[in-house]
Design a protein around this ligand. Structure first.
Ligand SMILES: *Cc1c(COP(=O)(O)O)cnc(C)c1O
Length: 362
């Protein structure tokens, strides 16, 4: 194999994480969230493997993502729910691809109901805003929403959902307030399954799990509480080769300008990956790689190259592979080093430049 940066996606680790989430959801159905190309890891193989593991209902954000997922799953009879809702003009494409819009306004209920008058019975889901103030119907409109769905006759409500704003902070009082508001909204839809929890919400306790949970990040190895959690295995591993090893005298700089000036004589390995591979430049004084099983702190990050301090890494040669993300350099630690971001953003930024390698059966 040529020594070039490569991103491996471990489908066995994905399956392990899915099984873990299912076990922890204790009886609720786990419906994977595979928006943004499965958090950047490739929706086709990810969704097909999750289907093989028993997933039957998937969430995406955009209409186009739903269409891509439908194509990737070909004749598998999965329910695909589109969180954006029924944006203007989307209805014909929704029906053509057999997608279920997660309706977020009364007008969308009416528009989808009009479509069902033409196309025959159509599935829908309803999203209530319980405090995040992003998308969703007002809880106060639940009775009216239910009446419109009922009046439509050919709308088939499959799920009532809401989304938690603070689930990674179990002590935040807004969790209980959202739970209460959600319980009120769903009471207008007796018999319709309900879903409130994403990865973090699953761990708020049984009251938050309802019928369906919607894990995203923890499927891909991120801890549900925005910190490393050993129950979840790394799915994405980014390796980059050592291109050159050089000795630097104290006071010399490395890379452009003054990003890094050696405080002492140092040995630096130049790795063949950079911010064009999704390792942000902002990590230059916080990030670490793993080489020979040892930590190698970052010195510089440029578009194509990262310089790391290999004082503790023993003998390092060109062609050796350094881990920039994976089982030793954990997603949540990289997110923390990136200041004010979350594991989700680290994953979706991993670019397509690195060669992608699948591990495990699709
Ligand atoms: C992205 C998203 C999820 C998944 O969240 P994770 O934190 O990745 O588990 C679930 N539900 C909705 C509505 C989302 O937008």
């Amino acid at each position: 194999m040529i020594a070039e940066a490569r991103l491996s996606v471990d489908l066995d680790a994905l399956a392990h994480n899915f099984a873990q989430l299912r076990a922890d959801a204790a009886g609720a159905e786990a419906a994977p969230v595979v928006k943004a190309d499965a958090y950047g890891l490739g929706v086709g193989p990810v969704a097909r493997r999750l289907w093989a593991e028993g997933a039957r209902r998937f969430f995406v954000a955009r209409l186009g993502e739903g269409e891509a997922l439908r194509a990737a799953l070909s004749d598998r009879q999965a329910a695909i729910l589109v969180l954006d809702g029924l944006v203007d003009g989307a209805a014909p494409r929704m029906t053509a691809a057999g997608l279920t819009p997660v309706l977020t306004t009364l007008e969308q209920i009416d528009a989808w109901s009009a479509m069902s008058g033409l196309a025959g019975p159509l599935p829908c889901a309803l999203h209530f805003d319980t405090g995040m103030n992003r998308l969703g119907l007002a809880v106060e409109s639940a009775i009216e929403a239910a009446a419109r769905v009922e009046a439509a006759k050919s709308l088939r409500p499959q799920l009532v959902i809401s989304h938690l704003a603070c689930a990674a902070q179990p002590d935040d009082r807004r969790n209980a307030l959202q739970l209460q508001a959600f319980s009120q909204a769903r009471s207008a839809f007796p018999g319709v399954p309900a879903s409130l929890a994403a990865s973090a919400g699953i761990y708020l306790g049984p009251d938050y799990r309802f019928d369906v949970v919607r894990p995203g990040i923890s499927l891909y190895g991120g801890g549900p509480r925005e910190m490393p959690d050993s129950r979840f295995r790394a799915v994405a591993t980014l390796l980059a080769p050592v291109l050159q090893v050089r000795d630097i005298a104290a006071g010399e700089s490395v890379g452009y300008g003054t990003m890094f000036t050696a405080p002492r004589a140092m040995r630096i390995a130049i790795l063949g990956a950079g911010y064009a591979d999704g390792i942000l430049r902002a990590l230059h004084d916080q990030g670490t790689a793993c080489l020979n099983g040892r930590r190698a702190p970052f010195a510089i990050v440029t578009m194509d190259m990262i310089g790391v301090d290999i004082a503790d890494c023993g003998v390092v040669r060109p062609g050796d592979m350094a881990e920039l993300l994976g089982p030793n350099v954990l997603l949540d630690d990289v997110a923390a080093a990136m200041d004010a971001t979350v594991a989700h953003e680290v994953l979706v930024r991993l670019s397509r430049r690195a060669e992608k390698v699948l591990i495990g059966e699709v």
